[in-house]
Design a protein around this ligand. Sequence first.
Ligand SMILES: Cc1cc2nc3c(=O)[nH]c(=O)nc-3n(C[C@H](O)[C@H](O)[C@H](O)COP(=O)(O)O)c2cc1C
Length: 336
Amino acid sequence: MSMDLFEALRSDRTPLFLAPQAGVSESPFRRLCRRFGADVVVSEFVSADGIVRGNPRSDRYLRFDEAERPIGIQIFGSDPVMMADAAAYVSEVYAPDFVDVNFGCPVKKIVKRNGGSGCLRDLGLVERIVRAVVDATPLPVTTKIRSGFDEPSRDPVGIALRCQEAGSRMVTLHPRTRTDMYSGVARWDEIRALVEALDVPVVGNGDVSTGDDARRMRDETGCHGVMIARGSHGNPWIFRDARAALDGRPVPPPPDIRERFAVCLEHARNAIRYGGRDPEVAAREFRKHLGWYTKGMPGGRAFRSELFQVNSLEEIEARIAGYLERVEEGSLEPVG
Ligand SMILES: Cc1cc2nc3c(=O)[nH]c(=O)nc-3n(C[C@H](O)[C@H](O)[C@H](O)COP(=O)(O)O)c2cc1C
């Protein structure tokens, strides 16, 4: 299976990746995105520390369905030995198609301990981590990076070359620095520079919010794959649209309200049942998705304040049924 992935990256197909996203790219959402055309999915980042210590929550992050393949499990941490142990365990117990190392996470709590993009302050450490992980697993190892820690240390090509030298078989670049967080625009010219400098495939990431953006990213950078994070929120259809655009076909019309809710409800049912969580907690965690699915709908703002109070699947179903009735009656203000 992983052969297929690396072959696909070398072909003209330009595989589409659902990005690793904490609290979003969980198994039910990954399955949905695969169905809508994501070719590859990546788990949310999982702490190497948590894996090695047998944190019971790790299993929920690490489990996946066969239908999700090809899938990468993403791990983060700043200790090469711990990262190696975590990679070995994940490979043996979960057997994903590849292991991805996170060097991009900008969250303070993680950076402080040198995890995620914190590693970008010490490229020797980046290299030691990648080597340790490569030595510990028979699976292909890949890396996901930002362009640097801050503006003075901005050096996407230098960072990516270190990853490649250490054995990374693919590099995904989100061309912002840690200091940028999500501000400004992603510098796609840096993706192009990576494509020119590396021997391994480069996956471009950052600011793809429509199907046509995916095509533009490929055309402007020559990247071997395109990864989408925020553009997938409430919108797994983006993968269908991106595939059409990449293939030079017209992008299909957006789904109507009924289709959006059918998919939203399927997602809600699977997400709330998933992973043995308290259903009330799971329903509350799903509120963010409800907000995303209803973006731009008539009367959406008022409806969202209703949805942000739900505590169960039944309530979600009832609120949506009520909304659809109001749509049929034509009693909604046409504002998002
Ligand atoms: C809610 C959220 C959670 C994220 N979690 C992760 C993560 O666990 N691992 C990771 O490498 N990147 C994570 N990211 C970063 C994304 O993978 C991606 O690099 C970034 O959002 C830029 O892509 P976009 O413009 O398509 O959103 C996260 C982003 C968001 C919005």
